[in-house]
Design a protein around this ligand. Structure first.
Ligand SMILES: Nc1ncnc2c1ncn2[C@@H]1O[C@H](COP(=O)(O)OP(=O)(O)O)[C@@H](O)[C@H]1O
Ligand SMILES: NC(=O)OP(=O)(O)O
Length: 327
């Protein structure tokens, strides 16, 4: 392994959004997702060349919904896929896309660094109120009529998603612990480029004797990535998504893109409804949690193409502890 591939250096958790993996009109098309992951890989490898150790996490909202829908459509012929297994399926498939794209990009640049995807379980509380109040959008966007029909005919819970259309929603309990945390840490310490905690992790509960059991839910990957970044004492938590910066008045004539938000400003804006529920709000909340626990840490929201520029502070929205002086 080259010196650059050692387990030293600043650690960044980079949490790619599930929607950010999709640009094609046919939202469920796999080649389009791989094409987008291929476009993201050079930005991750740029960070490695800049001396960062990188842990990639990713969302799975659209993809887990597609798997559940395929399973429903095929029910007459094959047994249905339980939701925890559907999340595991997305970790495997999206992890494979990142493994392949990152390995190819490292090879192109002559960098010797192993890449590994860790199937990751995330502990949740079976009594979490989220199980009776689903909030996590999954699968395709629909018009309201189609959504209401799916609710009546298929028993889905549906809701409008951040002004972008209607979607199926499922339970999204808070992540409490990452079961494979020590394995992920060991891999990072030996210089492996790790992909982990996909889709927020496979939701599991424990019976108190440490015995794990899967449960039907999709965990928010921003909140799980924050937990992971905090427990690994990462230096940066970066959330690449569909926008270069966070805005107040998003989508209105008063829209104002933000370079920096203090924790207090972020909390106040979140409480006044400035950030889309289930879209931008959990990202802001994740970074507030991260920089509150680690005031010297960098908490940044941007798009994948601007990862490097955002880390150099040329763009993106940085969320910072209240007492950190503005640059
Ligand atoms: N205040 C805001 N500022 C910027 N974008 C916002 C805001 N509120 C909602 N959004 C929307 O949230 C999207 C990011 O959420 P989403 O697509 O769910 O994330 P992910 O990339 O994790 O799949 C942005 O692309 C934007 O359309
Ligand atoms: N699990 C999750 O939060 O996925 P998205 O980022 O795709 O919504």
């Amino acid at each position: 392994m080259s010196a650059n591939a050692s387990g030293n250096g600043r650690l960044a958790v980079v949490a790619f959004g599930g929607n950010a993996l999709i640009t094609d009109n046919d939202h469920s098309a796999i080649p389009d997702q791989f094409h987008n992951v291929e476009a993201m890989a050079p930005h991750v490898v740029d960070m490695i060349e800049d001396g960062w150790r990188v842990l990639v996490t990713h969302g799975n909202g659209p993809q887990v919904g597609f798997i559940l829908r395929r399973s429903e459509l095929a029910m007459a012929e094959v047994a249905p896929v339980p939701m925890d297994y559907a999340v595991a399926d997305t970790q495997g498939a999206i992890g494979y896309m990142f493994n392949k794209a990152l390995t190819n990009e490292l090879r192109r640049r002559g960098l010797a660094r192993p890449v590994a995807t860790v199937v990751t379980q995330t502990l949740v509380d079976a009594a979490d109120p989220a199980f009776v109040n689903p909030t996590k959008p999954v699968g395709a966007f629909m018009d309201e009529g189609s959504a209401r029909r799916a609710a009546a005919e298929l028993g889905w819970t549906v809701a409008e998603d951040a002004g972008r259309g209607w979607r199926r929603i499922v339970a999204s309990p808070r992540p409490r612990a990452i079961v494979e945390l020590d394995t992920i840490r060991s891999l990072l310490d030996t210089g492996v480029l790790v992909v982990a905690c996909g889709g927020g992790g496979i939701p599991v509960t424990t019976n108190g004797q440490g015995e794990l059991a899967g449960i039907a839910a999709v965990i928010d990957k921003d909140l799980a990535s924050e937990l992971l970044a905090r427990q690994l004492r990462a230096d940066a938590l970066i959330i690449p998504t569909g926008v270069e910066k966070v805005a107040i008045g998003f989508g209105t004539p008063q829209q104002q893109w933000l370079d920096r938000l203090t924790v207090s400003q972020a909390v106040a804006y979140a409480e006044s409804g400035q950030f889309g529920e289930g879209s931008m709000r959990p990202k802001v909340e994740a970074l507030v949690g991260f920089v509150t626990a680690n005031p010297a840490g960098a908490g940044v929201i941007t798009d994948a193409a601007n990862l490097g520029r955002a880390l150099r502070r040329e763009t993106g929205t940085w969320i910072e502890a209240d007492d950190r002086p503005a640059l």
